[in-house]
Design a protein around this ligand. Structure first.
Ligand code: 7TS
Length: 416
């Protein structure tokens, strides 16, 4: 069990006020807050050993190189990767997915081929595939949703065909919180001869992830959603796949030898990391991984299951009076700590603004999932998303403020 009180003390920002009220931060699916240990890792780097890496013979450069590569080893261990060969450091999930689209997919997709994805993807795991499909004459197919917004796998056999070259899907939806059965889907996709990309942006920060067990070919995730800084993310690629991939950006760092008219590539995974990398943030993400490991990912999950269950119960009365619709599976073992909801009485943006005045930070909008909004038949939703430092008291404040906003806007409407 997490000692949430103690955890909260590690996050300096949680003691600030917003409009004179204690901050209630419920926008963790957008980005998480950072513990002092991560902030200190950034300060230590810039104060004590800031220098460029991999090429230097001086002490600072060697120290920075060691710490940078140590972080890469931490990321590999955190996701159960067999080695660091397939652990490519990028800016974020979006860049990781685009890297796969620009390299592996452009080379391996041709006319008539299919990319299978789902109706609950973030734009980052949809638009790159639209682009590649257009360029290569391939097409996109979609796994539809059930009425509880889980994946409807009834017709999987007809969706996964010999033409399917890639299955790409999120492990956890950023709108619905739905946890998708990625291991079973990976097995099915491999049987059909397709490669599998898992968008782990929402899952890696919250669920113990083991790429060896999942057997996926690619896994993408962002450091900033798992207590690390912005600007650093990871693309994991299975060894047999990365060995057959061409570099995407060309220049320094990614080459071994260069002549006037040609060059050879550096070892893996460096050949995918052209130019000076994001040294400070990589090292600080290493500190974030240490922090998460010290909490224990099983404890992280246990806390989030409990708080999500509490939140779903707290919303029940508003649901029963049909003032609020809550999306995603009812079974908390099938979902993460993301609760999207919608009220006919108040536009999500107005709701978000009202909650903000109470110091409560939630996200409102389409959450970069416009096609999904269309399927839910709403213009936008309000979304609360939890992490290790959130408490039941904060959920109570959220639900009370939502109730109050609905009353206020219903009253306004009645008066006009
Ligand atoms: N995939 C999923 C499932 C996401 O939730 C996000 C970000 C991304 C990809 C892109 O991550 P990035 O780090 O490259 O931007 N999701 C959100 C969100 O839900 N609100 O703000 C960002």
């Amino acid at each position: 069990m997490l000692d949430v009180k103690a955890v909260r003390k590690d996050f300096p920002i949680l003691s600030r006020e917003v409009y004179g009220k204690p901050l209630v931060y419920l926008d963790n699916a957008a980005t998480s807050q950072k513990p002092a240990q991560v902030i200190q890792a950034l300060v230590d780097y810039y104060e004590s050993y800031n220098s460029n890496i991999h090429r230097g013979v001086h002490a600072l450069s060697m120290e920075a190189t060691d710490r940078y590569e140590e972080s890469r080893r931490k990321f590999a261990a955190f996701i159960g990767a067999p080695s660091t060969t397939g652990v490519v450091l990028v800016r974020n999930t979006t860049e990781a997915i685009n890297l796969v689209a620009q390299t592996w997919a452009r080379r391996n997709l041709g006319p008539g081929d299919e990319i299978l994805t789902t109706h609950m993807e973030h734009h980052s795991n949809l638009v790159p595939w639209q682009q590649v499909a257009q360029e290569r004459g391939a097409s996109l197919r979609f796994i539809p949703l059930t009425h509880e917004q889980a994946l409807d796998l009834t017709n999987l056999d007809s969706l996964l065909t010999p033409r399917t070259k890639l299955l790409t899907l999120n492990h956890m939806s950023n709108v619905l919180g739905t946890i998708n059965p990625v291991k079973e889907l990976t097995e099915a996709a491999h049987r059909a001869g397709a490669r599998v990309l898992i968008d782990g942006a929402q899952s890696v920060p919250h669920l113990k992830t083991d790429v060896t067990d999942l057997d996926c070919d690619f896994l993408a995730f962002s450091g900033h959603k798992m207590m690390g800084p912005t600007g650093i993310g990871v693309l994991y690629v299975k060894q047999e796949v990365i060995e057959d991939m061409d570099p995407f950006l060309h220049g320094g760092e990614m080459v071994l030898q260069v002549w006037d008219d040609r060059a050879t590539w550096n070892d893996l995974p460096m050949r995918f990391e052209a130019g000076t990398p994001n040294i400070a943030d990589t090292i600080a993400l290493g500190a974030a991984v240490d922090y998460l490991e010290s909490l224990g990912m099983d404890n992280v999950r246990e806390h989030e299951v409990a708080i999500t269950e509490y939140a779903l119960n707290a919303f029940r009365e508003l649901e029963e009076s049909e003032e609020v619709r809550v999306y995603g599976p009812r079974d908390v073992t099938q979902r993460g700590g993301i609760v999207s909801f919608y009220s006919e009485a108040v536009h999500p943006h107005d709701l978000g603004t009202m909650l903000d005045r109470e110091g409560i930070a939630i996200r409102t909008g389409h959450h970069c999932a416009m096609p999904l909004m269309g399927r839910l038949a709403v213009p936008a939703t309000a979304r609360a998303s939890f992490y290790v430092y959130n408490t039941e008291e904060e959920v109570d404040l959220l639900v009370a403020a939502v109730r109050e906003s609905i009353r206020y806007f219903s009253g306004t409407r009645a008066r006009t």
